[in-house]
Design a protein around this ligand. Structure first.
Ligand code: T46
Length: 141
């Protein structure tokens, strides 16, 4: 499975009618896509995320507008990405604290996810996240 977060390019088919991009399980994303959700109408100054997942792998796509994504693995890796291209995605493995913020007006974040929704997969307390990472190494229990 994925090791580090990375930006991937998605196919783009462009003609006089406009552009079309697509993604398929195991072709562009290294997991079976079990769920799709999207975040939109985010008011200026609001942020999303601020949690980590124990098992969930995801692909984030800015299908409209743009936003920042701060990532933290709890063990020293910290990285900020700016997503604004519908023909690119951010592959995010399990185990990263994430914060999405500074959404432009009308921005839409499409998320392809490897698991169905499960609240027990979330760690929503940053201190607990750091403690678990530093106790268990890379895995979250
Ligand atoms: C993530 C960031 C980027 C559901 O019922 N089903 C779902 O599939 C999802 C994703 C959420 N919900 C419910 C759970 C909460 O009552 O929707 C409500 C808002 O969810 P949450 O506060 O987790 O929203 P975000 O934007 O902070 O986080 C979401 C995802 O949960 C998370 O996986 O990485 O987007």
């Amino acid at each position: 499975m994925m090791e580090r977060p990375e930006i991937i390019s998605l196919p783009k088919v462009k003609d006089v009618r406009g552009s079309l991009s697509f993604t398929e399980s195991f072709t562009h994303v290294p997991f079976d896509i079990r769920r799709v959700y999207y975040i939109y109408d985010v008011p200026g100054g609001e942020s999303r995320g601020e949690h980590a997942h124990k098992a969930l792998n995801q692909l984030f796509i800015a299908v409209s507008g743009g936003f920042f994504v701060d990532l933290d693995d709890g063990l020293g890796y910290k990285q900020t990405f700016y997503l604004s291209r519908p023909d690119q995605g951010l592959l995010l493995p399990k185990g990263y604290w994430r914060k999405l913020y500074n959404f432009t007006s009308g921005a839409v974040c499409l998320v392809l996810a490897s698991e169905v929704y499960d609240e027990t997969d979330y760690i929503r307390d940053y201190h607990q996240f750091i403690h678990e990472k530093q106790t268990n190494g890379h895995s979250l229990s």
